[in-house]
Write a protein that binds this ligand. Structure first.
Ligand code: BGC
Length: 249
């Protein structure tokens, strides 16, 4: 039986997609990556998502899509790095209509967490596990005994330096031209704060910058073990596809 589903990961900077083999959690096609149009409006994002679908020639019976917002019962409820026009839209209905294929949406960081907890480094880790995706913003996924608690938005928490993601995202590193040590000491403060609140057993770091964890791990002073996401920049795609697989269509 064909056990593949298209996963799409809408990000503040790029939108990516690939067809994923759900038995192994690996890509069976190349990854298509297109810049998310400035403003990340419904029109712009929908157009690039459709381009991914047509480039891959996907004709499966469902699609999983990770989206950078709170999603409650399919409805977009926040807009930190995307257009305000998304607020109140039912994303499942919107993308299902746009693609002509049933589409199931979840928060992008939750999608990355699903990949790590099913196929990756967080597999079978009991207790509290937190995944943070460090990109344009900071996304979060919270698991307890392998069960996802969706829409946690830890990157939007406030602490002494303001909003966590506005202090230590990868975009902030680039915008302020911080060197790796300077940025990593900001990340360390964020991690210590999250550790204090949740006392997790494991923190998994995702997003492009997690590839370089070895170069800044010495700056991170948490008691909690910190590891890079196994799927790095593919986690959102793989997790979105896995998420869609639980639906009949
Ligand atoms: C959004 C989250 C998202 C994260 C990573 C944040 O700005 O509020 O929903 O998961 O960025 O994309």
């Amino acid at each position: 039986m064909d056990n593949t589903i298209l996963g799409i990961d809408v990000g503040g900077t790029n939108t990516k997609g690939a067809i994923v083999d759900l038995t192994t959690g690996t890509r069976v096609t190349e990854k298509i990556k297109i810049p998310t149009p400035v403003g990340a409006t419904p029109e712009g994002v929908t157009q690039v998502a459709k381009e991914i679908l047509s480039t891959l020639g996907y004709s499966g019976d469902r699609i999983g899509l990770g989206f950078p917002s709170i999603i409650r019962n399919g409805v977009c409820c926040s807009n930190s790095n995307i257009s305000h026009k998304w607020i109140g839209m039912n994303l499942n209905d919107h993308f299902t209509n746009a693609f002509g294929i049933p589409t199931h949406c979840l928060n992008d960081a939750d999608a990355a967490g699903v990949a790590e907890s099913h196929y990756g480094n967080a597999h079978n880790v009991m207790g509290t596990v937190i995944l943070l995706t460090i990109g344009t913003g900071i996304g979060s996924a919270l698991f307890y005994d392998g069960k996802l608690v969706p829409n946690t938005e830890f990157g939007r928490l406030h602490f002494e330096h303001g909003i966590l993601e506005r202090y230590a995202s990868n975009k902030v590193r680039k915008d302020l031209n911080l060197n790796m040590d300077e940025w990593a000491s900001r990340l360390n403060e964020v991690l210590l704060y999250i550790e204090f609140i949740f006392s997790p057993n494991l923190i998994v770091l995702g997003g492009g910058i997690s590839k370089q964890l070895e170069s800044y791990q010495h700056i991170l002073k948490t008691d909690t073990k910190i590891i890079p996401a196994d799927f790095r920049n593919n986690a959102g795609i793989v997790g979105a596809a896995k998420f869609a697989s639980q639906y009949r269509k």
